[in-house]
Each structure stands twice: as C-alpha cells, then as structure tokens.
Design a protein around this ligand. Structure first.
Ligand code: CUA
Length: 311
C-alpha cells in the first residue's frame, strides 16, 4: 500500500501520518460507538415519550474543548517541525539543477554530467535540487523519498533529500502539464558514495561552469564585469553566497535566485555604488544556459564564508 522508505524524510513523514491516522481512528470510535449505543438505548418506545431536558455539563464541555486543543496544537507543532526540516536543505548538500519541460526532466550535476531519464544521487549524503521549468508548471515527486515540490517557470524552487539505501526509485510529474503529463517520469538511481563518484567521473570534461564561461564571453558580460572596467559593474569573483548591499539600503544574499534575477531583470536590485546600466538578458538565455552562467559565477568563488560583508 505504501512505497518503500528510502530517505531520511520518509520515516519522519510516515510516523506522523500513522499517528494522525491512529488519532482520527480513535476519535471515529469515540463518536460512532456511543452514537450507535445511544440510538438504541434512547430510542422512542411509544408516542407519549418525552425526554427529560438537560441544561448542559460544564465539566464535559471543558474536557471536549481542552483535549482536542492540546492534541491539535501538538500535531501542528510536530507537522511544522517536519515541514521546516523539509524546506531547509543542509548547507553541505550537493547541488543538482533540474529543468522540467514538456515532457522531460533534465538534470545537471556540478561536475558536468548531464542526464535525461535518470537522476544519479549518492546514498547517505544530502542532495539539494534547484529546479525551474521552461514552460508550464510541473511538480517533481519521488514517492519513495516522500518529497514533492512544484517546478515553476520563471523562478527557482528547491527540494532536498538524503537517500538511505541504494536502489532505483520512480520519480513523477505530479502537476497536470498537458498531453504527455502521464509519461513525464524518470528514475532516481541512488548509489553508494564510491559508485556515485565513479559515475560522476565518467562524465565529459569541462562541464557547465566551462560552458558558462564561454557564454559569459559570447554575451559580452566580461566587458563590464571585469576587474579593470573602471567600476562599471560589480566584480563577480567571490560573489556567490555573500551578502550584497543594495542601493536601496537592503542587503541580499547572492544565491541562485538573486543571480538569475540580476541577469533577467538587472534593474530590480541595483548594487550600492553602481549605475543601473545593465541590459536585460530575458529571451537571450534559456534555463539551461542560465544554470551554466550561475555555475560559472559560482566557480569564481573559492571559499567565502556566507554572510561576510561586501568589501
Ligand atoms: Cu510535467 Cu505534469
């Protein structure tokens, strides 16, 4: 009846589901059994039957108010905890990019391996998916891992998991997205760390960061984003993951979503001390090229602790 439990989150989700099912069962019995009993015991025996009037019972009312309040707040707290764990990927998680489009899933590993139709992941290591759609809304769903997240056009969403055993697990599109929605399926292949490393290493040389570097030149980004450009544009070395101070006085973290927005809508967040002169690259880079550009910018950051101030 249930898919296998193959991720750390599966156990947490199933435990809570079982508890809530049990709790609902207890309340079902608490209501239905007395109901049937009372229906029989207090049935009308003849036309002259007039039941005695009851004015209420304070103790009983307090009891059936307080007990459900405690129970539902308990379930809420528990659920919120499970939810927060699900939406906060551990910082050490390995990042894999996912592009959904009618009707395939494409995966891009940092090392350079690209796949369609299968997603290789390591066992016992957190993996974070950064996902985007090239057309309509899709949803990435891995039942064995108990994870599901909408994949939207125009915005990155994330999902994370840690596989607990090696195996081949089905992954599905869980949002109706047109004619071939039903066949928009893929497989998650979870491998032991050594086998996964071997698989990664068998990929082509170069990789998305190198493609991104080439694209960076082709689009002319290097003209302004250059150390000797005389302050035309902010330098990108060491940018990724850092706090950026904006003209507006706010500070934002230079993560994937920030970089993406800055490429597509450069006027949205102007970096303090720079003029708003960058043109938009909307319609000039597709989602896969966007990922390559982001991975290139990321590769310019050696190790900069998150949260350190802009120089
Ligand atoms: Cu993609 Cu349904």
């Amino acid at each position: 009846m249930f898919p296998s439990q193959a991720s750390t989150q599966a156990i947490a989700v199933d435990t809570m589901f079982a508890f809530m099912l049990g709790l609902a069962g207890v309340f079902l019995l608490l209501v239905v059994v007395p109901l049937v009993y009372f229906v029989v015991k207090y049935r009308r025996r003849d036309d002259g039957d007039v039941p005695p009037q009851i004015k209420g019972n304070t103790k009983l009312e307090v009891l059936w108010t307080v007990v459900p309040v405690i129970l539902s707040l308990g379930v809420f707290t528990w659920g919120a905890n499970v939810f927060l764990t699900q939406v906060q990927p551990p910082p050490a998680a390995e990042q894999i990019y996912v592009v959904g489009k009618q009707w395939v899933w494409k995966f891009q590993h940092a090392s350079g391996r690209q796949e369609i139709g299968e997603l290789h992941v390591p066992v016992g290591q957190p993996v974070r998916l950064t996902m985007v759609s090239q057309d309509v809304i899709h949803s990435f769903f891995v039942p064995d891992f108990r994870i599901k997240q909408d994949v939207l056009p125009g915005r990155y969403t994330t999902l994370w998991f840690e596989a607990t055993r090696a195996g081949d697990f089905g992954a599905f599109c869980a949002e109706y997205c047109g004619t071939d929605h039903a066949v928009m399926q893929t497989h998650v292949v979870a491998q032991e760390a050594a086998a996964y490393q071997q698989w990664l290493a068998a990929g082509p040389a170069g990789g998305p960061a190198a493609d991104g570097a080439r694209l960076f030149q082709q689009l002319g980004c290097n003209v302004c984003h250059h150390a000797d450009s005389g302050g035309l544009a902010p330098p990108l070395t060491g940018l990724y993951g850092r706090q950026v101070r904006l003209q507006s006085g706010e500070a934002v973290t230079a993560d994937d979503s920030y970089l993406r927005e800055s490429i597509l809508a450069p006027q949205a967040k102007i970096v303090e001390g720079y003029a708003p002169i960058m043109p938009s690259f909307q319609d000039r880079v597709d989602e896969e090229q966007m990922i390559q550009l982001i991975m290139y910018i990321k590769s310019l950051t050696v190790t900069v602790p998150a949260g350190s101030p802009t120089p």
